[in-house]
Design a binder for this molecule. Structure first.
Ligand SMILES: Cc1cc2nc3c(=O)[nH]c(=O)nc-3n(C[C@H](O)[C@H](O)[C@H](O)COP(=O)(O)OP(=O)(O)OC[C@H]3O[C@@H](n4cnc5c(N)ncnc54)[C@H](O)[C@@H]3O)c2cc1C
Length: 402
């Protein structure tokens, strides 16, 4: 009986093992360095696991050659992933923006159905066993693990990327494949918080706002997004920020983040500010935006616009009102960088896709060697796209070229 070894018991490795095990003529061995399978999966979606996105298409993916992802995504699109999980007994619910979660709202449900399926399929699982080296031999491969050496006819490497270090993100996959001739691109943290000049974020820590964002380098707009921004101790976070973080991490130069904090045109906003000045002239300027924005954010913007907090509204000039309106429509934060891999949800960059066949995910350098998941130079947007890639690529690699 031929042996297939899958290195890495995360999202893509579990799918690859389950798929390989559909061929009952082969023995499937799943090796995981951590004490349990799917540790990162449990942390996804804040513990709720945003397992796919019904709108996923190639535009949601990035890498030196994002089109590499097409065959895997077309062969196992979100609808197929949902049907597959339903077949395992998982009930799901679709939320805004096509994001799909387990109906239980618990990532545990996703991991549980996968674990039960692995048991039922007879996949041998070895947790707490790290693969230290991978070598070619006459018949196939030798894997050097903590427990000794073992042979395999074919190998699927599913070690993930180095994002989410506290959840087990490591560089093992790149290192295992380097002696076999595989190279990687530069690695950057993505879907990660931006760090900004320290003037405002700390005072606003915890404040959330729906806004439109533009990432600029000088006068050049590099990327745009819409959605929730959250102020943090060292900068800004939230889905709208995550959507820009890949660009911020990979582009150089002096970057700035421009936030439109109210969805109002300039004249409409000015009209509201003038009306407040007329109607509530005795109030302090610090209250100018009260009721329009989170109170801490409103007060900060008044300060940012250079107004004295205690000045009565009736004394504010037209020019000052315009400055506040401009601040609401274009609040600018100088970007100092991104947080590191510890805080990132995904790795931008990875194994060079040109060295793998996109139709099978088999190595073009080492026949019988397959790779899937985040380890490859493919990363997705925020919203379930990365797990969709993990499932689709794991499914394709698990077919072992058949
Ligand atoms: C906090 C957080 C939240 C996220 N939320 C979402 C979300 O809601 N939706 C979404 O789509 N994506 C989300 N992601 C991204 C998503 O989790 C990953 O893209 C996905 O898990 C990648 O799957 P993978 O199989 O390639 O890697 P992983 O799931 O990381 O699995 C790789 C496995 O390989 C094991 N391994 C590594 N080296 C070895 C070795 N030498 N020997 C044996 N085993 C090894 C690791 O321990 C790990 O278990 C999130 C990520 C993080 C960090």
């Amino acid at each position: 009986m031929k042996t297939v070894a899958v290195i890495g018991g995360g999202a893509s490795g579990m799918l690859a093992a389950l798929t390989a095990a559909e061929d009952k003529t082969q023995r499937v061995l799943l090796l995981e360095r951590q004490q349990r399978l799917g540790r990162k999966l449990l942390a996804t979606g804040n513990g709720r696991c945003n397992l796919t996105n019904t709108g996923a298409s190639l535009e949601n993916y990035h890498g030196e050659d994002a089109a590499f992802a097409r065959p895997a995504l077309e062969a196992f699109p979100p609808a197929a992933a949902l049907a597959f999980f339903r077949g395992l007994g998982l009930l799901t619910a679709e939320e805004y923006g096509g994001r799909v979660y387990p109906l239980s709202n618990s990532a545990n449900s996703v991991l549980d159905v996968l674990r039960l399926a692995l048991d039922a399929a007879g996949v041998e699982q070895r947790c707490g066993e790290s693969v230290r080296a991978l070598r070619r031999n006459d018949k196939g491969f030798t894997l050097v693990t903590d427990g000794g050496e073992l042979g395999a006819d074919r190998v699927i490497v599913a070690c993930g990327g180095c994002a989410g270090a506290s959840l087990g993100g490591v560089k093992d996959g790149y290192e295992l494949l380097r002696p076999l001739g595989h190279r990687r691109t530069a690695l950057h943290p993505a879907l990660v918080q931006l760090t900004t000049a320290p003037d405002y974020p700390r005072a606003l820590k915890g404040v959330r706002v729906q806004c439109s964002l533009r990432l600029m380098r000088g006068g050049e707009a590099l990327a745009e997004s819409r959605g929730e921004l959250q102020f943090t101790e060292r900068g800004v976070s939230g889905p709208a920020v995550f959507d820009l973080s890949r660009t911020a991490a990979t582009e150089g130069g002096a970057l700035s983040l421009h936030a439109a904090l109210l969805p109002l045109g300039e004249e409409e906003l000015l009209g509201l500010l003038r009306a407040r000045r007329e109607a509530q002239g005795t109030l302090a300027a610090s209250e100018l935006l009260t009721g329009m924005l989170h109170n801490r954010l409103g007060r900060m913007l008044v300060k940012y616009a250079g107004l004295g907090a205690a000045t009565p509204l009736s004394e504010l000039t037209e020019k000052e009102l315009r400055r506040v309106a401009a601040a609401c429509r274009d609040f600018t934060l100088p970007v100092t960088g991104t947080e590191g891999f510890d805080h990132a949800q995904v790795t931008a960059g990875g194994l060079r896709t040109a060295e793998f066949d996109p139709e099978t995910l088999e190595s073009r350098l080492v026949p019988g060697l397959f790779v899937c998941g985040e380890l490859l130079d493919i990363d997705g947007d925020c919203g379930g796209y990365n797990l969709q890639w993990a499932w689709a690529s794991g499914r394709l690699a698990g077919r072992l070229g058949t």
